[in-house]
Design a protein around this ligand. Structure first.
Ligand code: CP
Length: 324
């Protein structure tokens, strides 16, 4: 694997290797000095054309824990505002000696173009493109599910065969939903999407999942319920659902959460809009993995960077160096 563009590009073995490597990386976070020498001398640029809190900061944390040199680029305040293209921006950064580009872009397909155009030689990691894909989010979600539903140690080498995952909300605009459907299917899980009919994409019939409009019917059969934010920034104002009506039919409150099996978890990729798709009571409950997902994101991104870049060094071992 030279780039990570789409969750759909990962085989079951690729995905399990990333999850298992992330378990090793997670051990680094428990140490007094949270650092490995793996990417010493390598430079990674975080190229963000869209806003981000979790993804941008956790990639930076992952890169620093692997001892890479890190350059943070935000389109706001850059020469993009003067009309500079993606190609010229990327080539400018590569001229400064970049080994990998982590890119978030509003245009679906921008990371694919960067990886396949021949503009640059660096490895490309998709940190979210338009409504298309967010593969490291899907990986950290699968890692979080495996830890909670299978177990931290018991999960090594395992996939999510037979686990039932329900994804609820604005599927139409969600790169998280698309990536999760692809990856969870590859890992053997059964996925059901629940959304208002206006927020279900045309062509969903070709996706490897079920679709339902009745959240209350699906909840008792779910091992994990992933709530999604309504992405107003990608919608024409005329199509905004009213908050009250949306919450009543598709929001998760304590009464609805009680319909889930006792072992089942509530997930959210963030950012959450408390009171809309999830109540504060549910968001703060021990069944909700939202904070764990953020912590797991650092381990997953370390694993992806290690597997993409660590192996390129002649001296790199076949396993991450986790000695003190
Ligand atoms: N989940 C996620 O992508 O969050 P950010 O937009 O804050 O990175």
């Amino acid at each position: 694997m030279r780039h990570l563009i789409s969750a759909a590009d990962l085989t079951r073995d690729d995905a399990v290797l990333i999850l298992d490597t992330a378990e090793e990386m997670a051990r680094v976070a428990d140490r007094p000095i949270k650092k490995l020498p793996t990417l010493r001398g390598r430079t990674v640029v975080n190229l963000f054309f869209e806003d981000s809190t979790r993804t941008r900061i956790s990639f930076e944390a992952a890169e620093k824990r692997l001892s890479a040199d890190v350059i943070n680029f935000s389109a706001k305040g850059s020469s993009v505002s003067k009309g500079e293209s993606l190609k010229d921006t990327a080539q400018t950064l590569e001229a400064m000696g970049v080994d990998a580009v982590v890119i978030r872009h509003g245009a679906s397909g921008a990371p694919y173009t960067l990886a396949n155009s021949g503009w640059i030689d660096a490895a490309v990691i998709n940190a979210g493109d338009g409504t298309h894909q967010h593969p490291t989010q899907a990986l950290l979600d699968a890692f979080s599910m495996r830890r909670r539903l299978v177990g931290k140690d018991a999960g090594i080498g395992q996939d999510l065969t037979g686990r039932r995952v329900t994804i609820v909300g604005d599927i139409l605009h969600s790169r998280v939903a698309r990536s999760n459907v692809d990856l969870l299917h590859t890992l053997g899980a059964e996925v059901t999407l629940v959304a208002p009919p206006t927020l279900v994409p045309v062509g969903v019939g070709n996706w490897p999942c079920e679709v339902s409009y009745d959240l209350d019917r699906v909840l008792p059969k779910s091992d994990a319920v992933m709530m999604l934010r309504v992405q107003r920034e990608r919608m024409n104002a005329a199509f905004f659902p009213t908050e009250r009506e949306y919450s009543r039919r598709y929001g998760l409150d304590a009464e609805r959460m009680a319909k889930m099996p006792e072992h089942a978890v509530v997930m959210h990729p963030g950012p959450m809009v408390r009171g809309m798709e999830i109540t504060a009571e549910v968001a703060d409950s021990p069944r909700c993995t939202v904070v764990e997902q953020v912590a797991n994101g650092v381990s997953i991104r370390m694993a992806v960077l290690y597997l993409l870049l660590g192996g390129q060094e002649p001296a790199a071992a076949s396993h991450p160096r986790t000695e003190e």
